[in-house]
Design a protein around this ligand. Structure first.
Ligand code: RP5
Length: 172
């Protein structure tokens, strides 16, 4: 089966974050690939991969990186496919460096940016794009949303008194 989502990350150190995207895509039954390639250490490889991504069957790309985090922007520069960027946490600036780098693409070459370390949202957004033309993915997403709405409603089982006594100031 041809992979429709390509996940790339700048380093194996990004894997603990980026595997969350892989797991979510797997849950949706979306075929994907997962690769490590750095925009500064393997520039030619990134360029070749992104340039041929559409012809290779991908429909959405997810790129995660930390620190200067130019990988998502470089990928976007080489393809017209939608690119979702994941800022990965770093040990010095807490991921803010990567967030600002990825989200601040100059006008003309966008990267849809999710929150720091939020690779799960990148996968969900990728699924939402694919769902526009794929009924199976649309169904998987609808089931996911349904299950999630159940989770979000848990607090409504609390009475206002309970909420008040637990310090949340719940208003019925
Ligand atoms: C970025 O630099 C990578 O995406 C990673 O988040 C960070 C550090 O990479 P390593 O030096 O740990 O390989 O390019």
């Amino acid at each position: 089966m041809t992979a429709t989502v390509g996940i790339v990350m700048g380093s194996t150190t990004d894997l603990p974050v980026m595997e969350k995207a892989a797991r979510q895509l797997q849950e949706f039954g979306i075929p994907y690939t997962l690769d490590v390639m750095s925009a500064h250490r393997n520039a030619a490889k990134v360029s070749a991969w992104a340039s041929s991504a559409a012809d290779d069957g991908y429909r959405v790309l997810i790129a995660g990186a930390g620190r200067a985090a130019h990988l998502p922007g470089v990928v976007a520069a080489h393809t017209a496919l939608p690119v979702i960027g994941v800022p990965c946490l770093s040990d010095h600036l807490g991921g803010a460096d990567a967030l600002y780098s990825i989200v601040q693409m100059p006008p003309g070459v966008p990267v849809a940016t999710v929150g720091i370390d939020n690779a799960k949202n990148a996968a969900i957004l990728a699924a939402q794009i694919l769902a526009l033309s794929d009924a199976d993915v649309a169904r998987a997403l609808a089931d996911f949303r349904e299950a999630q709405s159940g989770k979000g409603m848990e607090h409504r089982e609390w009475s206002p008194d309970e909420a008040e006594s637990s310090g949340f100031g719940f208003q019925a």
